[in-house]
Design a protein around this ligand. Structure first.
Ligand SMILES: NC(=O)c1ccc[n+]([C@@H]2O[C@H](COP(=O)([O-])OP(=O)(O)OC[C@H]3O[C@@H](n4cnc5c(N)ncnc54)[C@H](O)[C@@H]3O)[C@@H](O)[C@H]2O)c1
Length: 365
């Protein structure tokens, strides 16, 4: 039986979701909703489904199996909480755009509520849903990398919006941190420096150092001042056995073992030629999992994983703001020299505010 899906929020991204659902063999697109009547009407006419201006009304009338939340708001996440919560409480599974919320407490509440209600909560963490990323993961799981030592990612896109000081961090980097944690596992410590690009008021550039609980080290470079038609994203995974490089905006993969001269470079892994294809793959995987009646804990790119990424972003913001050693994981000595270094924020530190054990206790996860 087809999965009955509705979409709330009909900007450019919501309309992408609508098109993907309309084209997908496992779904029936049942309705669209936007508080802006023109947007709802245009989508309704284009896809021949009922339009709503009020989400509660749509949920009551249509009782969809699943809802895509593609609203935006402050830092592109301020309008996600209300619609996601309403859809979950109406009994729907939810796929929310990133960030799950721009407010960590709201994001935690959503994860907790989805778990309590037994609903699937996914986030559009599409950057990890590329064939090159899957091929890298399979090499890692197969042991080619040996012990993982470094995860280094850059993600830069041009975005001239000046909406909030941490817009760049909160709106963009749940993607990059999610990819890094996908390979490196959970992050335990964070240290960050931010800078403003030319004529910018917001922190449009960032370097974030990470320690993963598995022992690897990570570095993320992020920017809203760069990017365009060139490669917007790369992830280097380096281990005792060799290096894997995901490049060309998640399309290509290079493998270089430490021993031997062989280098394998695959362009357009799995036929993916552009980054734009990741959204269809991500939503497709979500639909496959729903169709297979997946346990909510098995959902890939889940609300919990998005929350974990967001907690790292918030720790980076605190590291930048405090400019000294604050709540380090194992005391303030680790990596912090007399305030000259950036603060080292422990994700389990008492003063970090993102007590991950507390998180798990609070959410029951
Ligand atoms: N995954 C990706 O690759 C990717 C890329 C870009 C943007 N995004 C995300 O997609 C989301 C949407 O981005 P956009 O550019 O389409 O935003 P947008 O502002 O153009 O559209 C959002 C729409 O939501 C509507 N809306 C807000 N609150 C509503 C409510 N309570 N009920 C009904 N409608 C409501 C607004 O009227 C608006 O039409 C953002 O969260 C952004 O972070 C994701």
């Amino acid at each position: 039986m087809a999965i009955r899906v509705a979409v709330v929020g009909l900007g450019g991204i919501g309309r992408n979701h609508v098109q993907i659902y309309a084209d997908h063999p496992k779904t029936e697109l049942v309705g669209v909703c936007d508080i802006l009547p023109d947007r709802a009407k245009a989508a309704s006419e284009q896809w021949q489904v009922p339009a709503f201006h009020d989400l509660d009304q749509m949920l009551a009338d249509l009782r969809p199996d699943a809802v895509s939340v593609a609203t935006a708001g402050v830092e592109n996440g301020g309008d996600h909480f209300g619609p996601s919560m309403a859809a979950l409480r109406a009994g729907a599974h939810v796929l929310c755009e990133k960030p799950l919320s721009n407010d960590l407490t709201e994001a935690k509440t959503l994860v907790h509520e989805a778990r309590r209600l037994g609903r699937c909560l996914a986030v559009d963490l599409n950057h990890r849903f590329s064939p090159a990323t899957a091929a890298a993961k399979s090499r890692q799981d197969g042991g080619d990398l040996g012990q993982l030592l470094f995860v280094r990612t850059y993600l830069w896109i041009g975005n001239r919006k000046e909406s909030a000081p941490y817009f760049h961090l909160r709106a963009l980097h749940s993607h990059s941190v999610d990819v890094m944690q996908y390979f490196g596992g959970p992050v335990s410590e964070v240290q960050a420096m931010f800078a403003r690009g030319p004529r910018r008021q917001i922190w449009s550039n960032a370097v974030i150092n990470l320690r993963f609980t598995g022992g690897a080290l990570g570095q993320l470079l992020g920017s809203y001042d760069m990017g365009g038609t060139q490669d917007i994203e790369q992830t280097l995974l380096a281990g005792t056995g060799g290096e894997l490089l995901i490049s060309n905006a998640t399309c290509d993969l290079t493998w270089r073992p430490h021993r031997g001269a062989e280098e394998v470079h695959i362009r357009h892994v799995g036929g993916q030629t552009s980054f734009g294809e990741t959204m269809g793959r991500r939503l497709g995987r979500w639909l496959d999992q729903l169709a297979a009646d997946a346990d909510p804990r098995e959902i890939e790119g889940s609300g919990l994983e998005a929350l974990r990424a967001q907690a790292v972003v918030e720790a980076a913001i605190r590291s930048h703001e405090t400019g000294g050693c604050a709540g380090a994981h194992r005391g303030c000595a680790g990596g912090c020299a007399g305030g000259l270094n950036r603060p080292l924020i422990g994700l389990r530190g008492r003063r970090s505010g993102t007590d991950w054990k507390g998180e798990k206790r609070a959410s029951g996860l």
